[in-house]
Design a protein around this ligand. Sequence first.
Ligand code: DGT
Ligand code: CA
Ligand code: CA
Ligand code: ZN
Length: 573
Amino acid sequence: MKNREVAGLLYEMAELLELHAENRFKIIAFSKAARAIESLPEDISIVCREKRLQSIPGVGKAIAQKVEEYLKTGHILAHEELLAKTPPGLVKLLQISGLGPKTVFMLHEKLNITNLEELENAAKEHRIRRLPRMGPTRETNILKSIERYKKRSTRILFSTAEPIVNDILAYLRGMAGLEHITAAGSFRRAKETVGDIDILATAGRPEEIVAAFVRMPLVEEVLAQGPTKASVIVKETIQVDLRIVEHQSFGTVLQYFTGSKEHNVRLRQLALSRGYSLSEYSLTRLTDSRDLFFDREEEVYAALGLPYIPPEMREDRGEIEAALRGTLPRLLEQKDMRGDLHVHNNWSDGRASILEMTQAALDLGYEYIALCDHSPSIGIAGGLTPEKLEQKIQAIAAVNEEMEGMGITVLAGTEVDIKANGRLDYADDLLARCDVVVASVHMSQQQTERAITGRLISAMENENVDIIGHPTGRIIDQREPYEVDMQAILETAARTNTALEINSHPSRLDLNDINAKAAREMGVKISINSDAHDAEQLLTMKYGVNVARRAWLEKKDVLNALSLKELLSELKR
Ligand code: DGT
Ligand code: CA
Ligand code: CA
Ligand code: ZN
């Protein structure tokens, strides 16, 4: 199928037209048509042969002719003419905020600037300020925008976006006339990182909400503002898009802007196969073009004959098929968590005492908490000598006596290091006396895939090891996962009944959603642990629960969603 190819070409035409300051409507027409063709469920060549191109929504006569030209000759003359008069790096410059098509073209004509680097050099050498309508201020602003653009290309952690979203929603909820408001996009799907923040609302007087939004104290720059939408920058680099939409379409709009794009493409194909065309505005019956409007998202799925699919699952990873078969999982929820099996305390590098951590766990409604200190080879983290670990086991017994009847049990744990040679950092008889053993790789992460995989496998084969901590070692944006044969790890975990951790530290989230989903499919248990070093960090559990939901995990798949009694019989000892 050439659908993607054709769509790509039309998107490019839209960008080129923008650069040459062509008519807005023409530009919008090209990107609309591109989007429609991209998600078309049938082969564009067949549609063309059967002279049905103009039945595709958004494809008019002029664009249909260009598509036909491409399919017949392999090129579009108008596209080649546009390309011929446009240096390749120029299109990208449109993404620098404050640079419109006219300015970009002028910079090209007067200074022969063709890409970002040349633009930056010209600004630094003060060649831009001498141009008509420019001056020193605009030159400085261009430099600032370039800096921001460079930073903006990186995504932000979910946990960074979360307080921003909460602040914005709380702020706008205080406005008169506001009805619904919710975050959409990757944030609503609880992805580990988000590119930008999307917010949708309905309101009686949209202009007033948009005006309040761009004037919020945290807004640093307004990128665009219209009667029903605006885009702003907060915290230097984070883009937030607000759209105020029609009340009657809120269900379809929320569905559309929650994404993912891949899920939406599949859903629209399903709609077509059932005789409907699904857009952000409505579900249109193809036989009589009648629009059905939904103000609730559940109704959109129901109208297509599907149960509600939770946002975290909307990645086209089989959720639509599962929904059709009626086999969607009942996703784990935060309130299902009964304890935390990997937290630290001040016996090693933690900041709170055993008692403080236990009290905090009790306040969260947990039934148990496992206090895991590092082992000796992690010297910098104050790893416990074997003697110290013995003492800690006794101290925990004393705490349990003290907490008798309070409804919480403290488990004596350890996060034992898996050494470079694959051995564990404590003797087996000592490990056997712990209630919970988490084994993790910390040192020699540069080893080959074979070596690291071997270390993890031998740790899992030790009957004292209950959980593998942060199994791939990745830290988002800072450290790549170590080389590891995940398939072999999952097979061994299943065979030895060892749980794998979803470490809920917001920069770790290790296992990630994809690996955790594969683990579930192989019957491997998951333990979601905060790895908290103080009481407050216990609250990061929710980020691990997000990953678990994106991995389709149910309560029964998660070790620490079990009651204490069930947990103790599940653990190997
Ligand atoms: P992000 O921001 O990169 O983390 O990811 P999203 O998923 O939030 O993407 P974004 O902000 O570009 O758009 C929000 C949603 O809008 C997206 O998940 C699906 C929908 N959407 C946006 N553009 C398109 C498109 O070209 N085609 C389709 N089918 N859906 C789109
Ligand atoms: Ca987004
Ligand atoms: Ca967006
Ligand atoms: Zn740890």
